[in-house]
Design a protein around this ligand. Structure first.
Ligand SMILES: [Zn+2]
Length: 270
């Protein structure tokens, strides 16, 4: 099968409405703008994108609280979603230092049809422990609402602890990582059938990684993601499409089948 025979949905992107929200390191060389997101992703035959907007705190001229930064991310995600129409499925940010505000935000955006939280990128928002009490309370609420949580991988033991305490939460961990981190992901995915791994970031460039993951946890839990615009989406599409160790049906499951099924399980027909 050729690239055009597959439906490709990118679960892990960070769209932007302006330069301050663009986390690409090579902005000057990429002719980027909000509308060019669609151009860039369609060049990789991606028909839909998901993910969160990341606004760096240092981009604000005045001193803002971390919660104000989170709110700015969420506002932008909804704006970009409206601007790009159905092309972008927005994910919202939460913050464990602001439990009440986060729970309110989850309810507010749930009412607007949002079913995805994240990708959360704690190190960019001043927190670093997925097993902390504040995040646990927020996860209880997210689980009650039956939403998906996309997470930047960080702190192996803390991620295990989080999964043990929240076996019903639908987690998608980003970045397979190097061999040691990858093996921890495999163990974690075996701990809970509600855990998934997206292929963005480090890991997929190691030959055989996808085959190893499928053989170990099954095809249903591996999800396509690129981490655009930080990372090059064409490399990730090629990494799945051209891998001779995968069957066409496995490629189709990674590219969109698993993502569609995951969103359907939270009541969203993307
Ligand atoms: Zn990311």
């Amino acid at each position: 099968m050729n690239i055009k025979d597959f439906e490709i949905i990118d679960f892990h992107t960070h769209p932007f409405s302006d330069r301050a929200e663009n986390i690409c390191s090579h902005i000057e060389n990429c002719d980027m703008s909000e509308e060019n997101i669609v151009r860039d992703m369609k060049a990789a035959e991606v028909s839909k994108i998901c993910g969160s907007v990341i606004v760096r705190k240092c981009n604000f001229s005045e001193e803002k609280s971390q919660w104000e930064v989170v709110e700015a991310c969420n506002r932008s995600a909804m704006k970009v979603s409206a601007d790009l129409g159905g092309y972008y499925v927005p994910g919202i940010m939460v913050h464990p230092d602001y439990v009440g505000e986060s729970i309110d935000a989850v309810d507010r955006f749930y009412a607007k049809g949002v079913r995805l939280v994240g990708e959360l990128v704690p190190y960019m928002h001043g927190w670093n422990d997925y097993s902390c009490e504040g995040f646990s309370k927020i996860l209880d609420h997210i689980t009650e609402k039956n939403m998906i949580v996309s997470l930047h991988s960080m702190g192996e033991d803390q991620m295990d602890e989080m999964v043990k305490r929240h076996p019903d939460t639908k987690f998608v961990f980003a970045h397979p990582g190097e061999y040691g981190e990858f093996c921890r992901h495999m163990k974690r995915l075996k701990m809970s059938e509600n855990c998934y791994l997206d292929v963005s970031g480090y890991g997929i460039f190691r030959h055989g990684m996808l085959r190893h993951a499928i053989d170990e946890v099954g095809i249903d839990r591996i999800i396509f993601g690129s981490d655009y615009p930080t990372c090059n989406p064409y490399m990730y599409v090629g990494g799945v499409l051209l891998d001779p160790l995968l069957t066409d049906s496995e490629k189709a499951a990674i590219f969109s089948g698993n993502i569609r099924r995951l969103f359907a399980s939270v009541g969203l027909d993307i």
